[in-house]
Design a protein around this ligand. Structure first.
Ligand SMILES: Nc1ncnc2c1ncn2[C@@H]1O[C@H](COP(=O)(O)OP(=O)(O)O)[C@@H](O)[C@H]1O
Ligand SMILES: [Mg+2]
Length: 410
């Protein structure tokens, strides 16, 4: 009889319905969720059960436990990663033959493997955005003293976040916590990322998913510079002569813009020279995200939150001449602007994108319409036009049917 080690007892009944006595690649097709899955070394399947979707990976017992522990710890630290559910060991088939242990995680909703971010070809600009999102993720993990060991696009999941992406760690098999995490290890992670990304982009090029003229080496190398810039922004000392106020405010704003919070700040000054050390808050849920959540209860991703907050500011300025504080306007904005639009999303299109992402796209669409029509376009009109002309063209990202090239198992 197999043995289940489950994080939350609520999952146990559902997990017990799964056919653990069969090798994962023989599980019946109707258990499989029609969702995109990235390239993997092990057998990985996305399984629908009890109204939920799980990712199940067959992997050696010791490694399964290791990965499970790493994900649990990362989860406790609020790191962007997949949520561990269970480890299943002592599996046996009907004849008593031993089967490989499994690690079960929650499927990350609306997430995409990098090969599914695009529909036909990948644009260099999109690659840059993916690389940047991965660099932000790596900085977050390093601030938590987590060494990843196998950084790659394949081991990352991406979610659309306004006009960018946010990245989540999916594969923690090689990860380790090191306190402190030495610069040597951090830079090793960056180098692994660089080499892996270049390899992954070359594969895309070979498959003609990325134009042959694109300089994949330059695109991959960019992770190093982006990472170093971000790391310096997050941890580097700021030295200012004279009035330090603006420089500090600017630094804090840049940190917030990246979705990081500021924890503590130390300022030393000798005469006219200020040395400012800003400690990033490592439990980084996202500055904008937390602000939006406090104002409205909405939980969305950081850039989406930034966009919604910006829109709320415009509403406040236009309707109330900026006289009311944002706190007073937030509820009205939700009831009068955000919710009506979200309610208007046609039911058959709801699996296409997250509601906050749809709202963001409607704002873009409104801008585009008003440019074309040379007049102000009300939100409702923009929404209707978007639901009719734009959204149907998107693939379902909550539920995507498998494309031939997603057959990535090796
Ligand atoms: N929790 C999850 N949510 C969504 N997709 C997942 C999840 N777990 C795994 N996957 C998909 O399966 C792929 C392979 O998982 P991974 O852990 O990297 O396996 P391997 O250790 O064999 O490389 C990932 O790239 C991702 O597309
Ligand atoms: Mg992997």
């Amino acid at each position: 009889m197999e043995k289940l080690n489950v994080v939350s007892p609520a999952y146990a009944p559902t997990l017990l319905t799964m056919p653990w006595d069969q090798p994962l690649d023989e599980w019946s097709g109707d258990l499989l969720a029609a969702l995109p899955r990235g390239i993997s070394r092990h057998t990985v399947r996305l399984i629908s059960a009890g109204g939920l979707v799980f990712a199940v990976k067959e992997i050696g017992e010791a490694v399964a436990y290791h990965e499970y522990r790493m994900l649990r710890r990362l989860q406790e630290l609020d790191a962007p990663c997949v949520v561990p559910v269970a480890v299943v060991t002592n599996r046996e088939d009907a004849d008593g033959g031993a089967l490989t242990a499994c690690l079960v995680t929650e499927h990350l909703r609306f997430s995409l493997p990098y090969r599914d971010v695009f529909s036909r070809v990948l644009e260099p600009d999109t690659v840059s955005k993916l690389v940047r999102a991965l660099a932000v993720l790596l900085v977050k993990l390093h601030l938590l003293n987590f060494y990843w060991g196998d950084v790659s696009l394949s081991n990352t999941l991406f979610r659309r976040d306004a006009d960018q992406f946010s990245a989540y760690l999916v594969d923690a098999e090689t990860g380790e916590f090191h306190e402190p995490l030495s610069p040597g290890r951090r830079l090793y992670d960056v180098d692994v990322a660089r080499v892996n990304i270049i390899g992954e982009l070359m594969d895309l090029q070979a498959g003609q998913y990325l134009d042959a003229s694109v300089d994949v080496i330059a695109l991959g190398n960019a992770i190093e510079q982006t990472y170093l810039e971000l790391w310096d922004l997050m941890t580097g000392e700021l030295v200012v002569e004279g009035d330090a106020f603006d420089a500090i405010a600017e630094r804090v704003a840049r940190i917030n813009q990246l979705g990081f919070d500021v924890g503590e700040m130390q300022i030393e000054h000798t005469g006219d020279v200020h040395r400012v050390h800003i400690e990033p808050a490592v439990f980084s849920t996202g500055f904008n995200r937390r602000r939006l959540q406090a104002l409205t209860g909405l939980d969305v991703q950081d850039r989406q939150a930034q966009r919604l907050l910006g829109e709320m500011e415009v509403y406040r300025a236009v309707r109330y001449g900026g006289r009311l504080p944002l706190e007073a306007v937030a509820h009205r904005w939700m009831v009068k602007e955000y919710e009506p639009v979200v309610h208007l999303i046609p039911p058959e299109l709801r699996e296409k994108l997250e509601p906050a992402q749809i709202f963001h796209e409607i704002l873009d669409h409104r801008w585009f319409l008003s440019q074309n029509l040379s007049r102000f376009v009300p939100l409702a009109e923009a929404a209707e036009s978007y639901f009719e002309k734009v959204l149907p063209g998107h693939r379902d990202e909550a539920m995507v049917y498998r494309l031939p090239r997603e057959n990535g198992d090796t």
